[in-house]
Design a protein around this ligand. Structure first.
Ligand code: C2O
Length: 558
């Protein structure tokens, strides 16, 4: 039998689709309320498909993911695929009023994006109001078909999502805080895969159990989905080998404690090296700023070896104390890009845009804030408290709508003072929708400098649309002469969310190779709400694949 050439080509395409591009993965996310009970409190929460945490999205690198998000709740909804680069597909990024208008109640929107050049653990979450407290889940990006991990294949993989449980409705919590001008309440428990573990005076309603067999290795895909707290994570009697963060492989290293900030993901191997028994898993907050209130409750779960009798007592462990800066630093300083032939670290060596951004709090006048003594706590970058527009910035940019934003976001702070020392007498900020414009393919360095205004604090700063390299970290005020000499430009960790140390700074570098409007903000939800956010506007390039794609026809309208 002889086939015409065209048909043979078609057969080849069908037989080896992975050579051409990846598979198509389709998901439906029904956003619905669900009654859930935790720590003896029952409430209606907003969920995806009735699950808390929500469903896991699985894909191989190069696959295209289509998620039909159907909004069946009374709130506006949008979903962000945290860490997915969204090359030229900013329309699918998700932050409400930045890249899209939210999906209104009764409406739906199909997020359509391709996973390119990333592999590991990421996650998705609501990116409007405080809905991400319960609307979140994992994204697992497996290597391209046929490609192995650059480390021994684990016996099994397990997603572990760290989060919070709030007895009150989180929208009520944030609204009350905004009315008063004061800080919102903290959560009432931390949770591991939706469960807090042992809670005094409240019988267990089911806890997360990691079932293992002695002698086997397990891969834990860890996500911090908590709104407002960095967390330590530990397993009694076991050590981790960290192999990847934020969907980028790292040089494997061993540790008994993992530090993970809101927004970050960490993949670690654990070998079940004990003969049998039950071992406590614990997650507890890291906060080394004495003045900031945190939910200090420890969430627990157990590792359960097969064949262990249920009467066997659980071996316990205690997480590091809340202010264990040295434990946090040891972990953070161990992170290095794998930087192998197959997975190189392409650190920008020269910098076109050299930016210094102060990140911190401020205090503005507020006539209605009686509880806050007629002032309110705000947050800012370079003293600018970001004002949310009423139209999505990406649409405004794409369709040349005027009067929605300006592109004069300052490259340096206007006022220079001892940032981490004595705060200035006037802590007022300016409210504006300012973007920083970047030509396509320019290289950018941002030094994120914490301030001690109101309180020094850790700020997990997240950038949409890019990974960046963390070329330096330090305490006190950044010194451009001394500190830049010590930058790691060889194998710095590459990620999408960096913990700026309390009273210190972090220097990041990235290449602006993704046209669009990209949000950058503190991943502590309270700080985002207060205005610790800005956006980069990356212009189109001149090449054929260097422009943002046209918007999908079902893109929501404001
Ligand atoms: Cu995970 Cu803009 O957030």
């Amino acid at each position: 039998m002889v086939f015409p050439i065209r048909i043979l080509v078609l057969f080849a395409l069908l037989a080896f689709p992975a050579c051409v591009h990846g598979a198509i993965r389709k998901y439906t996310f029904n956003v619905v309320t669900k009654q859930v009970t935790r720590i003896c409190s029952t409430k209606q929460i907003v969920t995806v498909n009735g699950k808390f945490p929500g469903p896991t999205i699985y894909a191989n690198e190069d696959d295209t993911i289509l998620v039909n998000v159907v909004n069946n709740v009374k709130y506006n909804v949008s979903i962000h695929w945290h860490g997915i680069r969204q090359l030229r597909t900013g329309w699918a990024d998700g932050p409400a009023y930045i890249t899209q208008c939210p999906i209104k109640p009764g409406h739906s929107y199909v997020y359509n994006f391709t996973v390119t050049g990333q592999r590991g653990t990421l996650w998705w979450h609501a990116h409007v109001l405080w809905l991400r407290a319960t609307v979140h889940g994992a994204i697992v990006i497996l290597p391209k078909l046929g490609l192995p991990y650059p480390f021994p294949k684990p016996h099994r993989e397990e997603v572990i999502i760290l989060g919070e449980w709030w007895k009150s409705d989180t929208e009520t919590v944030v609204n009350e805080a905004l009315k008063s001008g004061l800080a919102p309440n903290v959560s009432d428990a931390h949770v591991i895969n939706g469960h807090p573990g042992f809670v005094p005076n409240c019988p267990s309603q089911g806890n997360f159990k990691l079932a293992v067999e002695s002698g086997k290795t397990y891969m834990l895909r860890l996500i911090n989905a908590a709104l407002n707290e960095e967390l330590f994570f530990k397993i009694a009697g076991h050590r981790f080998t960290v192999v990847e963060v934020d969907a980028v492989y790292v040089k494997p290293f061993n540790t008994d404690t993992i530090l993970i900030a809101p927004g970050q993901t960490t993949t670690a191997l654990v070998s079940a090296a004990r003969p049998s028994g039950q071992y406590l898993i614990a997650a507890a907050p890291f906060q080394d700023s004495a003045v900031v209130a945190v939910d200090n409750r420890t969430a627990t779960a157990t590792v359960h070896y097969s064949g262990t009798l249920s009467a066997t007592p659980t071996k316990t462990t205690s997480p590091p104390p809340q202010n264990a800066t040295s434990v946090a630093n040891t972990f953070v300083n161990s992170l290095r890009s794998l930087n192998s032939k197959t997975y190189p670290a392409n650190v920008p060596i020269t910098v076109d845009h050299d930016l210094l951004f102060t990140v911190g709090l401020g205090i503005n006048r507020c006539h209605s804030c009686k509880a806050g003594n007629f002032s309110r706590v705000v947050a800012a970058i370079n003293n600018i408290t970001f004002k949310m527009p009423k139209t999505a910035l990406l649409q405004a940019h794409y369709f040349n709508l005027t009067g929605i934003y300006t592109t004069d976001f300052p490259a340096k702070p206007r006022r220079v003072f001892d940032f981490t020392g004595k705060p200035p007498s006037n802590l007022a900020t300016m409210k504006a929708t300012k973007l920083y414009k970047l030509p396509y393919n320019s290289t950018v360095q941002v030094v994120l400098q914490d301030t001690g205004n109101v309180a020094p604090e850790n700020h997990p700063i997240h950038l949409h649309g890019f990974n960046f390299f963390v070329v330096g970290l330090g305490t006190g005020n950044y010194n451009s002469k001394k500190d830049s000499n010590k930058f790691n430009l060889v194998d710095p960790v590459e990620r999408n969310t960096v913990g700026v140390p309390s009273g210190g700074w972090a220097a990041i570098r990235f290449r602006a190779d993704n046209p669009g409007v990209w949000f950058m903000h503190c991943h502590l939800e309270v700080h985002t709400t207060w205005g610790l956010k800005m956006a980069f506007l990356v212009e189109n390039g001149k090449g054929p694949n260097q422009s943002i794609r046209p918007p999908p026809s079902d893109l929501p309208k404001c």
